[in-house]
Design a protein. Sequence first.
Length: 260
Amino acid sequence: MTTDTATEVTRADVCVVAVAECFRGDGEIIGSPMGTVPTIGARLARATFEPDLVLSNGESLFFEGTHRLGAKPDEFAAVGWIPYRQVLDVLASGRRHVMMGPVQIDAHGNANISAIGDWAKPKRQVLGSRGGPGNTINHTTSYWIPKHSARVLTAAVDMVSCIGYDRAAQVGKAARFHEVRRVVTNLGVLDFVSVDGAPATMRLASVHPGVTVDEVVSNTGFELVVPADVPETRLPNDDELRLIREVIDPRGMRLREVPA
C-alpha cells in the first residue's frame, strides 16, 4: 500500500485513519477513545479535520495540542478540568463519543465486554459492563476490533453489556441519543443500516487495501449487509502519515495491535 508519494503505508496506518474518520463531524464534544489505535485515531482526528473535539489525558484534565502516545502528565498542556459528577451530566446529554473494544458484538451492535460463556458460570471474565449500558443509551458509541473473526462478530453475544439497535428500539425515548456509529476492524469498516424500517443491522462499508469482501464475510458470524460495490478504506495522506509516525505514535505502538 502506498500514498501518492510512494511512501509505504501499513494496515495499522489505515486502521488509525479509519478510526479517526469515526469522529468526523462530532464537533465540540468529549471524545473518549479506549485503547491504542482508538487513542491514536482520535488524536489524529483532532489534529486534522476535527479541531474542536475535546480530549482528556485519560483522567480529569482536558488538553490542547497533539501529544505522543504514552506522554507523561506533565507533558500535557491542560486547558480544563472536569469532575466525575459532571462527566455523568455530559454523558447523559449526548455530548460524548466513546470508542470501546468488545469481546463480542452481534449484527445489531449489541456488545459484550463482561464475560464469555454462561452468565451463571462463565468460562472467562473480562472487563465488566461498567459504563457500557449508560454509554450506549446516552451517546454515540463506536467499536475497535483488532482481530476480525466470527468469535468476536458473532450471531449472539453471551451477555449484553452495550445495547444495539434492536434493544434501543425497545427502550424507546430513554435511548434518544443512542447511536452505534461504526465498527472498525483490521479487515474493514462496518456501519449500520435499517432495511424496511427494521432495527439497523451491520453493513460492510469498506474493506482495507489488500482485503477482499469474501474474507470479511467468511470471518463474520452473522449475515452482513453487503452493497454491490464495496469501496476500499481510504489511505492516510502525507500529513496524516507524518502525524501518525512522527508525532502521535513514533514508537509504533499501533503495530502491536495490527502487525505490518
